[in-house]
Ligand binder design. Sequence first.
Ligand SMILES: Cc1cc2nc3c(=O)[nH]c(=O)nc-3n(C[C@H](O)[C@H](O)[C@H](O)COP(=O)(O)OP(=O)(O)OC[C@H]3O[C@@H](n4cnc5c(N)ncnc54)[C@H](O)[C@@H]3O)c2cc1C
Length: 596
Amino acid sequence: MTFKQHKDSTEQSVENTAVALGLSRRGFLGGATHTAALGLLAGWLPAFRIAPASAQATCAVPPNFPSGISLYQQAYENWSGEIAVDSVWTCAPQTALDVLAIVNWAHDNGYKVRPRGRMRNWSPLLLPPGGACPANVVLVDTTQYLTAMSVNTGTSPKTITAQTGVTLDALMAYLESYGLGVTASPSMGDVTLGGVLATGTHGTAVKASGETGLPGKTFGSFSNLVLSLTAVVWDVANNRYALRTFQRSDPGCAALLMHLGRAFIVEATLQAGANQRLRCQTWVNIPAAELYAPPGSPGRTYSSYVQSTGRLTAIWFPFTSNPWVKVWTVAPNKPLFSREVTSPYPYSFTDLSPDIAAMAAQIITGNTALTPAFGKLQYDAVAAGVVTTFTYDLWGWSKNLLSYVKPNTLHITTNSYAVLLRRADIQRAVNEFTVYYQSRLAAYQLLGRYPINGPLEIRVTGLDTPADVAISGAPSPQLSPIRPRPDHPEWDVALWFDLVTIPGTPYADQFFAEVQQWMFSHFSGSYATVRPEWAKGWAFTSAGAWSDTTQLSSTIPDAFRAGQATGDNWDSARTTLNQLDPFRIFSVPLLDALLP
Ligand SMILES: Cc1cc2nc3c(=O)[nH]c(=O)nc-3n(C[C@H](O)[C@H](O)[C@H](O)COP(=O)(O)OP(=O)(O)OC[C@H]3O[C@@H](n4cnc5c(N)ncnc54)[C@H](O)[C@@H]3O)c2cc1C
């Protein structure tokens, strides 16, 4: 079976699914966003392989590839389905030395090498969308073999050393078996450590009022847990790429801690702290008007939860009144009415259901006026789901409550920014953002336009501060969106504003571009600053994400230069990454534009 035949049969089965879900065959095929519908309804294309011996004529076999390392062609598709590329040469090294052999082979043969994790990323840091057989590119699948882990209990704090193909689900389960854990983690743990360190994965947590941080933990991103890492870097003396271990305080490490895919990390050692039991309560009856009220308002405001527990997310479906508020509390003992959970992902109602899939498919095939009903349907699914699954009040070890979205949820696309500001300004910022957001949604609605059909999620974290790191002289990741601003020490937290919609929704890009412009002008001066969330959509124009050349060439770099010391800023990171990979073996077109 060729890729074409395979894809045709996949499309046929998706089309059948769409019809079974209530769409007319004609309506489905006629939709402008047929491809997006494929991603939405089908999820992954089955990941079948073609060995070099049966490679398609159009795809030249990489010459002289190191023997003994599995090499094959495979379709690449990211989670949202927006990046789909057929027949990509992919390999599966078994050891760090295999990785090194691949990189040196790429150098000798004029190829690019891209480490590939679970392919969950939205931004095109691995491959640009479209086509087949990308020339002179080999993806390196780290997930098959590079998954070793070990915990060192003899250090203080304790540490975990892991190869970068390991998933966070596996890493956090392993930590748990040693009584260790993290303060916050992404909503989904089916992402690799390599992907997480490349893009700066975060969860939601700041210190509650009066809380003291635990040794080995951070309120920042996963990158801020790294004590050392091993990367493949250019060795000037030997004129070859080599494996090199960087301690956190070594020159160069600050650029590698979060590198956007401009490096290949094979292993990292992370500090770890004592595991905690958490209680997670869900609220679906707090009006948005109360949660996002102007600062100083009484009641169940966003900042009241920040003060009392430090840990919440608010997920607000469009055209509904009450966000889905999840509040975590550190709770060593089980509260009387909480239900204990012993595994992650307790919220089965977030899996894509047939009725949500059916209405989503109608929206992306043109019936966008269904959006308010779709918002209500999503809210109703949560409000009913937490009751029927008894998940409104849960308690257990941290990972079982921190991981709350499985990959089989509705496949969406997203724009997301971190806003650094004073903790005392959190309520002001969520109020101003939501007032603005509501007014723009209403203005679009008046024109019969519905760019946003998924939720607005607002989370809060600390910063990637060296104070959280167990060793002295630790630098903050130079490319972290939540890098502290030395000239604004009062900016001690970050709010993450994440807007979600189905890929291909009409006017979404225009809407995202407007929001971006508003954010950069509004969260500025002595009030706050904005930086992009690398994994998601940013640099929007109405033509799409990552297309705003002013953002790429100056606005974003300037956001990482502002307030930082010369020699320790955006430009330093760029210089370091270029020195460590002078042949740009680990680069992609987007990074060639952003970090030339
Ligand atoms: C449903 C869902 C929920 C999510 N929730 C959150 C969340 O709550 N918080 C959050 O911060 N993010 C979240 N993400 C984003 C996710 O954490 C990032 O996109 C992450 O990078 C994905 O990891 P991956 O293994 O899939 O990486 P991939 O998509 O495979 O790769 C992403 C980038 O990492 C690079 N990379 C991978 N391995 C290595 C390596 N060994 N060395 C160097 N570079 C490497 C790749 O080259 C590429 O540039 C979510 C994503 C999804 C789909």
